[in-house]
Design a protein around this ligand. Structure first.
Ligand code: ZN
Ligand code: CU
Length: 481
């Protein structure tokens, strides 16, 4: 075997390797799905060559927070992620996972956000991962099992605490999911199916995580007035199970809490001295989730993203809809359920402070359903690189890349990914640091980002000069692989 003959050569670019180290000029070579050489490779050859002169060559981005569980099967080319340079998604967030489920049931909100058809649901976590292996997506997938999903299939009513028998049943399902390759357990105690779950229930259900040091990932009970209590609960669960915790999409919402990240972040930093804590964040002042009139969600501007009974309302302001219908916003939102909406509940300075916090990973939290999704689905990663790093100057490009590659791979235990090193999986993105930008906004949320020139997944060119090649070379990443 000729060590100077590769499958692919990316020539003349500037490498940002995902470790936060300063950039350096180098060629990058790929062979058999792995990075085969980095350096001055002028004497080397390859079947294919990408000219990267004047461009950044970085590890493929890892989306630390997604709801792509079903999309990786039903929209397997994943254009909304590939076009941003994302090569790996972490699915199963906020307590919601595609497995295990049953076919003989209606899924309550927010489970229905995943848009899972009743015909082919997966009754075991293993069956879900096997389906992904049989029909790979264009991106790699690491998946968690969701506590709300487990409650929904285990309990006749989720409107109460779980009984010891139900807890034991959920515990067995967590064990089974981990055995199959789930990387952790997520909860969403903010959401109706899990509001009644006690801290003790979560600790009990999460017991199987301890032996494997798998992750506990949570959309916390409260991200507004009680956010400090919610952080305390999250840290306690991590300590009692002796596992790393991830605070999902950290934010402080509602006007009266603006500025509170000045309190939450020092608290998180202090707790980090005693236990492993990570957090993710999306770079927008609006969030998006199910349509719900409670929890102060309607106190801000609300745009309807998707409504099952009123699809014609997608993209419109709730205010306008309510006025047109001659009802108040609460009544209008009831009529629009089930569906999802965009809520402008955050302050720009909190978003910037949380994003800039050195342990914060970038995660889109995009919901890949409907015609009017939150623009984070198509824009998150270029927005951090272009708007926040280059234009606002929030942090150097090396830090921005690290927050979406090396840091995320380390936190989630994704071996052989997240940095450009010989021997690692060849997940690579080539982009133009001068022009990269998110083009999706609230009015046109599905506009692909600009400046991403090439995306390579396990050695396969998947995106090149604005065109998806159709390659579907993603792998299932399990806890042990
Ligand atoms: Zn969430
Ligand atoms: Cu989420």
């Amino acid at each position: 075997m000729d060590p100077t003959r590769h499958d692919l050569l990316i020539r003349g670019g500037t490498v940002i390797d995902g470790t936060r180290a300063p950039r350096f000029d180098a060629d990058v070579a790929v062979k058999d799905g792995r990075i085969s050489a980095i350096g001055d490779l002028s004497g080397h050859g390859a079947r294919m060559v990408i000219d990267a002169k004047g461009r950044i060559v970085a590890p493929g981005f890892i989306d630390s927070h997604t709801h792509d569980d079903q999309a990786v099967l039903s929209q397997a080319t994943m254009p909304f992620k590939i076009s941003q340079g994302v090569t790996t998604v972490v699915a199963g967030n906020c307590g919601i996972s595609a497995a295990p489920l049953r076919s003989d049931m209606d899924l309550p909100m927010p489970l229905s956000l995943l848009d899972m058809p009743a015909e082919d649901r997966f009754t075991t976590f293993r069956a879900y991962l096997d389906a992904l292996r049989a029909q790979p997506a264009s991106v790699n997938v690491a998946a968690m099992v969701g506590h709300s999903t487990l409650r929904v299939i285990t309990m006749d009513s989720t409107d109460r605490e779980a009984t010891p028998r139900e807890i034991a049943a959920m515990q067995a399902l967590v064990e089974e999911a981990l055995e199959a390759g789930a990387i952790g357990l997520s909860t969403g105690t903010f959401y109706p199916p899990a509001v009644k779950a006690t801290t003790e229930e979560i600790i009990e259900v999460g017991h199987p995580l301890s032996a494997r040091k798998a992750l506990y990932v949570t959309h916390m009970r409260d991200e507004a007035d009680q956010v400090m209590d919610a952080l305390g609960e999250t840290f306690r669960i991590g300590r009692e199970l002796d596992i790393p915790v991830v605070v999902s999409h950290h934010k402080v919402q509602s006007t009266q809490n603006f500025g509170k990240s000045q309190v939450t972040l020092p608290y998180i930093r202090e707790a980090m001295k005693k236990q492993r804590i990570c957090l993710d964040c999306y770079p927008y002042t609006a969030g998006s989730t199910m349509i719900r009139p409670d929890r102060g969600m309607l106190e801000c501007r609300v745009i309807i993203a998707d409504s099952q009974p009123h699809p014609e309302c997608a993209g419109r302001d709730l205010d306008d809809i309510a006025r047109e219908w001659g009802v108040d916003k609460v009544e209008a939102s009831h009529r629009l359920q089930p569906g999802s909406a965009i809520y402008f509940l955050m302050d720009e300075s909190d978003v910037q402070r949380i994003l800039a916090f050195d342990e914060t990973m970038v995660g889109s939290d995009g919901i890949p359903v409907g015609e009017n999704p939150h623009p984070r689905l198509w824009g998150t990663f270029p927005r951090v690189l272009g708007h926040y790093s280059r234009d606002v100057g929030l942090f150097p490009l090396e830090t921005a890349v690290w927050k979406m590659t090396g840091l995320t791979a380390r936190n989630f235990g994704l071996a052989g990914r997240g940095s450009l090193q010989v021997g690692n999986h060849a997940d690579i993105v080539v982009f133009d640091a001068a022009t990269i930008r998110d083009a999706a906004d609230y009015a046109s949320p599905k506009r692909p980002a600009e400046g991403i020139e090439a995306v390579i997944v396990n050695g396969s060119i998947t995106w090149h000069q604005g065109i998806h090649t159709g390659a579907r070379n993603g792998q299932v990443i399990t806890r042990n692989s």
